[in-house]
Each structure stands twice: as C-alpha cells, then as structure tokens.
Write a protein that binds this ligand. Structure first.
Ligand code: ASP
Length: 594
C-alpha cells in the first residue's frame, strides 16, 4: 500500500513519486491550497494538494484530523522561505496527485499534540489514541531497542530463552498471589507467578546451564505508588557461576544496553554492604548522586538531658543519627524545615530536630536550635567535630526506633537532593551486597529479605542457631536510588532449603505440600546455581526519564490495579461461575456502616 514512511522523506527523495499511508495530524486550507500534515510512526511530512489534483483536491478538502489516508505524490523541495528546520522532513513536501480516504475519524476525546495536558484517566481510557502521541511512541520504541540489546547480549553469552508457565502454583516473592480458579479441578486454583524463580532453578537442575526470559510477573501488592500488578522482568539464571561471575555478566549487560540504546558509558559500579548502605544512606538502594550521608551520633546522646535523644540512644533497637546539609542555613527557609518535618512524619518520625551552625567557634551562642539547650558543651563540640560542620551548615537529626530513623532520614536525604538539586553526576550505579537472610516482623517472626531460595553464606547449624545474624549471598544492582535488579546464589541442597523453611515457620507438611517438587529436584543432582532479575519497566523509565512507570508500558493498570480501557477486572456470568463451582458473597460492610 505504500512506498515509504512519511517521516523518512528527505532531500534525497526529491523528484521521486511516493505513496504514503498515515493519519492526518493537521489540515490547513491556505486560500485554495490544502496542506495536510500526514503522520506515521516515523514522523510527519507535509502534503500539498492544489486544484490541479481535481477530485483528489476536493477529497483533500473533506479530510479531518486523524482520518487515515493513502496519498500518492511527488517529493519536491520546499521554497527556501517555508523550509522548517524543526521537522526532520522539513526540507521537502509531497505534491499530492492522488488521495484515498482509508478511514474516517470522529473528533478525538483529547488533542493528540503531545504538549496538551490531559488527565491520565482519559489517556488510559483511550490508550490506543494516547499511544499515537509522539512521546509515547518514542518511549515504546526505546523499550523495544533495549529488549533487543538485552537479547543480543544474552544470546551472545550462550543464554537460552526458555518460557515458563503462567498458570502455576505460588512462587513466593513477598506479595499476594493472583489466583485463577480451575474448572477441571474442582475448588482448586492456579496462582500466577510472582516471578519465574522456581522454574528457572529447575531449568538449572535440568542442565540448561544458562537461561533468560523477558517474563511477565504478577504481584497483588498493596497500592503503593508507581507499582504495576503485572510487570516485566529480564530474568536470568546460570549454573556453576560464582556471585562475582553473575554480577560481572549482568553488569556488562547493563553497560552494553546503556551504550547501545543511549550512548551512555556507565562508570564504576562500586560495591557496598547492606549494613553500610543503611548506616550511611538510610536505604538499601542508595542514591549515590547525592553527596549527603547519615552520621550516627547515638554514643554521644546517651547521657543528655533530652529524652527524645537519650531514649533511643539507650535502646539497643534505637538509632540517633544526623544529616548535615552544607550551607543549608541559607538554602532552607523555616517553612521548608516545617515541610520536611511533615515529610518525615510519613515515615513515622515524630519530629525533626535541627541545629543551624552560625559560628562553630562559639558553642554557647553560635548554634541556633530549639534543642541545643539540652546538649552540654562537650556534646556540642563532639557533634561538630564528628560531622565536620562548618559555619552556615544545617544539621538535621533523627532519633527513634532504628527502622523509623533509617527510613525517615534516608527519604529526607533523597528529598533534599532533589529539592536543592545536589546531584553530582547523572548516573550513579552500584551493587549492594551482604544482605541479611531474614528480617523480623512486628510479631517476632522471620521473613526472607529476598526470597526463601536465596543461599546463606553460613552453615545450616549457624543459620538455625542465629537467623538474625545470617547473611545471604544476594546482590542488588542499584541505579540513582532505584533497585534495577536483584538476585542471589541459590540453595542447591535439600537440607539447607529445609532449614530456611523451618526458620520461616514453614513446617514439614507445608513444605511438602507447597514445595515438594523443589525439595525432590534438589535431591537429584542440582548444580550450584544463581541468577538475577531486572525490572524492565523501571529500567526503561530511568533511561527515558519518565515520571511514571505507566508511561513506558503500552497498556498499564491504574493505581487501583484496574484497566479503565477494557474495564478489567469485570464481572462474569452465572454459568461461568457455576462451572467453576464458585458462589459470590456480598462483601460484609464494616460495623460502622451497617
Ligand atoms: N526472583 C527474584 C525476583 O523476582 C529475582 C532473582 O532472585 O533472580 O526478585
């Protein structure tokens, strides 16, 4: 139907006859001459019809925005005065000789010009129109370029692309499962995979040695900002490789992807332990573009006459830490400090103490703060010394349970970085290593920090004796404060796998019921293996600088995990429910409403 894409025509096409297909971006009538900007996925070209085109001219007069046309004409140079340097095709235009309206279009619910500000609900409802917009097309084309670079790299390294099931049993990654009722097995359910984790491990047991898949994963998580219930991973697993080798290959892959898709050379990937990341950055995914660090001052505060500090300082589970903003005195207003106090409240912090260092040589009068009166001079001096504070600096404090302080000041650090534009570099990748195996929940139960198949770096006996001390052989790749991917060396031995299940409170019966197939597989010669998975959506989002993950997914779900275009999830008819042996219950109303 066509000879060329609209957006590819250049001066070298002058005098060629072309046939184009596309959408009417704009139509203008300039005193008896019709100009049509015709658009396809490669871009826009100007088509001109004058009365010499006879009936075709009259047809051109009828077309409206978003009509679908086939146009034949001759490429010609534009007059010097009408050359448009802002358009890739701006040196030429097509002098139209024939026009066919392939389809008409009603006025679209919103203008498609990419600068128009349109509510996201409308964009999602008419996603097929939203996706006609230049930015959306560019984002998805970029995504395709990245997946192609990923495949090329992994294929070249001998990784095999193998698909794993979507209808399966639970594959725990710490979220709720999406369930699918079975018609053929009464009262039984499939779970959609939270990741291909167990299948990729079984492929290693089968001897495939190197696997990858660009895989859909499903997690029914509580509604948190910028998460999608279904998302895509670049999922990787390999046998007989150490963590160093797996980190090496995957780091190389990410480097190549950045180089090929964006022409960016990522610098060094420093290694940081989980403990250091939490201590210095208040996060297990530190944003190293921001040159601020947390400095613990717990030991200085045990004896001060200020419970807010001395309480957590004496509590083994407490943390007292300081965050110095160099030159912060001038940069931050009282109002901003108040706003930051509210901000840390989101993380459970009850307040945000601060000290302004006006004159560090004068411990009596040189420090300005509502709390400084509680700190004796020797503590003031030790603080300034430890923080290497200078005149003009502002110091924030966090004092509470360690988790609250870490999260609150970690988030404050990132917010300060963004608000004051403290970034020192564009890309700051790193590896975080030496994660704990488990974290304790508020009921005193152990949960896996990664997933239950992660190998510890200790023996079974050590693990069971003190689960809280056990470190895992896991590694996360972090870029600009975002976890790009994570993985680990896996357990390949049944006794260790069962020990981990026991620590997690999964007893023998449940182990067999849920993971019998894995425990069996580990008995028949499972090789040492490990792997990693990258979140593709998040990677693309970072690379294109999108502000929402939804902007790099063709058909995303809303914040409440629905698709407003297809109206999913939807009801099902009685017959279908009957076949599934399901009867729906009315949701019980909370007591207050009844
Ligand atoms: N399955 C893990 C995840 O989804 C990644 C891995 O351990 O390879 O996070």
């Amino acid at each position: 139907m066509r000879s060329d894409y609209c957006g590819t025509l250049r001066a070298e096409h002058i005098d060629q006859e072309v046939t184009l297909c596309g959408w009417v971006d704009r139509r203008r009538d300039h005193g008896g001459v019709i100009f049509i900007d015709l658009r396809d996925r490669e871009g826009i070209v100007q088509v001109v019809f004058d009365p010499d085109a006879g009936d075709h001219f009259h047809l051109a007069d009828r077309v409206r925005g978003e009509y679908v046309l086939q146009v034949t004409g001759k490429v010609r140079a534009r007059d010097a005065a009408t050359v448009n340097p802002n358009m890739a095709t701006g040196e030429v235009e097509v002098y139209g000789t024939a026009l066919l309206i392939l389809n008409e279009a009603e006025t679209t619910p919103f203008p498609l010009d990419s600068h128009a500000s349109v509510g996201e609900d409308v964009r999602l409802k008419y996603r097929y129109l939203d996706l006609r917009r230049h930015d959306m097309q560019a984002g998805l084309r970029f995504r395709s370029k990245v997946t192609s670079a990923v495949r090329n790299y992994l294929d070249g390294q001998g990784f095999l692309d193998i698909e794993t099931p979507i209808l399966t049993r639970a594959t725990p990654e710490g979220a709720r499962d999406y369930l699918v009722p079975s018609r053929t097995h009464e009262n039984k359910f499939f779970a959609l995979p939270q990741s291909p984790q167990l299948f990729k491990q079984l492929l290693m047991v089968s001897g495939f040695d190197r696997y990858y898949q660009i895989a859909k994963c499903f997690r029914d998580e509580d509604l948190r900002a910028d998460r999608q219930p279904e998302f895509t991973q670049i999922d990787i697993e390999a046998s007989f490789m150490s963590e160093e080798q797996i980190m090496g290959v995957t780091e190389d892959m990410i480097r190549q992807v950045f180089k090929q898709a964006k022409d960016v050379n990522l610098g060094e990937f420093p290694r940081m332990t989980y403990a250091d990341a939490i201590a210095q950055y208040g996060s297990d995914k530190p944003d190293l573009r921001i040159p601020l660090t947390l400095v613990d001052v717990k030991d200085l505060m045990t004896e001060v006459d200020f419970k807010v500090f001395s309480g957590p300082a004496k509590d083994p589970k407490g943390r007292v830490t300081a965050l110095k903003v160099p030159g912060g005195n001038d940069k931050l207003t009282r109002k901003q400090i108040d706003d930051y106090t509210k901000f840390v409240g989101i993380y459970g912090a009850k307040g945000l103490a601060y000290i302004k260092v006006n004159d560090k040589s004068d411990l009596e009068e040189g420090l300005q703060s509502p709390i400084v009166k509680f700190l004796p001079n020797d503590v003031r001096a030790a603080l300034l010394e430890r923080l290497q504070a200078e005149n003009g600096d502002l110091i924030f404090f966090g004092a509470d349970k360690a988790k609250v302080v870490t999260e609150a000041l970690g988030a404050l650090r990132c917010k300060l970085g963004a608000d004051l534009d403290l970034y020192t570099q564009e890309w700051a990748p790193l590896w975080v290593v030496d994660f704990p195996m488990f974290e304790e929940d508020s009921d005193g139960e152990w949960n896996s920090l990664h997933h239950p198949f992660t190998a510890p770096s200790c023996t079974v006996e050590e693990l069971e004796a003190d689960p809280g001390q056990a470190l895992s052989r896991a590694y996360d790749m972090v870029l600009n404060g975002t976890e790009l991917g994570g993985g680990s060396i896996r357990i390949h031995n049944q006794a260790m796998q069962q020990a981990v299940f026991r620590v997690l409170g999964i007893e023998e019966d449940e182990q067999r019921e849920k993971f019998g197939f894995l425990l069996d597989a580990l008995k028949y010669g499972a090789p040492p293996h490990g792997g990693l998975a990258f979140g593709l959506d998040r990677l693309i989002m970072l690379m294109v600088g999108a502000s929402s993950i939804r902007d790099v997914i063709a058909f995303p779900k809303t914040q409440s995990a629905a698709c407003v275009m297809t109206d999913a999830p939807g009801g099902v008819d009685e017959q279908q429910l009957k076949e599934l042996n399901i009867r729906l219950r009315k949701k019980e109303k909370p007591a207050s409403e009844s």
